[in-house]
Write a new protein. Sequence first.
Length: 368
Amino acid sequence: MSLLTPIAARTHIGILVFLRILAGIGQGTLFPSVQQLIAHWAQPKYISTIVSITISGVNGGGVVGLLLSGFLCDYGFAGGWPSVFYVFGMIGCIWSVAWFLLCYNSPFTHPFISKTERQFWEAEIGAAHPVDSAAVDRSPTPCGKIITSVPVWALFVACFANAWGLLTMQTCIPLFVHDVLGYNMSQNGIVSALPFLILIPLNPLCGYLSDWLRSPGRLSTNFVRKAFVVVGFAITGVSLSLVTYTGCYRVLAVLLLCMAATGASMLFPTLMVTVHDMAPLHAGTLVGIMITAGCLAGIGSTLVVGEVTEQNSTREQWRIVFFISAALCVVGALVFVVFGTAERQSWGEANADDRETIITQQTTNGNQ
């Protein structure tokens, strides 16, 4: 879609909109698919770290993409801005070829995996939560049980609250930095990117800390997940509430925005990995529900910011914007602590027939 965008933009706005819709549909499958693969390939004791690393890749790609796009617009080929779509489109095509050649659903279906490595994965993930592709194929998604699950709705609310605050910062901070803090356009990009640069190293660090805390002899997984959610929401909510009270101290305001991003570094990976705790067999479906919550929050937060700041983009108006985000942080934390869980759900397990299929297949593969 990216390779065709410059041509579509010069041809008709309707074609451009259609291509962007197709691109959005393609992007919508990315997170669920990746998380389903992680459920097949990750050691349970390192699941938080692995999920956090993948999320850092998203944050890092966003920052690099913004910087490279600006460079290509100024110095790129094909008239500048079209080169952004051509370069990223070609990178996407090359990456896709590598993905299709090297990536497979599980260790048990990978054609190049050694017998020793297959036995390793069999011991690591087979006993903990068998999620081989045979189980996925044989077990229909329990849509009714998922929709009526209170923990799933608690996760939905927490994801909505987290995405509201994070996307408010991501999409609207440049406006706040320019209109309220008074940074010029050349400074705006750097200042606006700082909170998200922090996410790149902090996401895997928080993931590693989470795995360390829930290792045998320490804390339960359920307690660690809820503690990280509460602390993350608290840091984000307090930081956003205070950012408009910094007066002339612009550096302090930027530091508070960075603190809000620090809270987000604990939240999104924790909520994402809770899916694996609850039902690794249906991780893709649950992540799809989470992403839906995030999309709804992105639409709502953008509309609210536009409505509140349309007439006057002042400190007082932005205070309303950030107070709304902080209030949602409180709601998200309370709902997840009271109704959420990281315990395995009954509908998240493979049934007896699926388990027999997995054991038979693993034994057959192991003897090949």
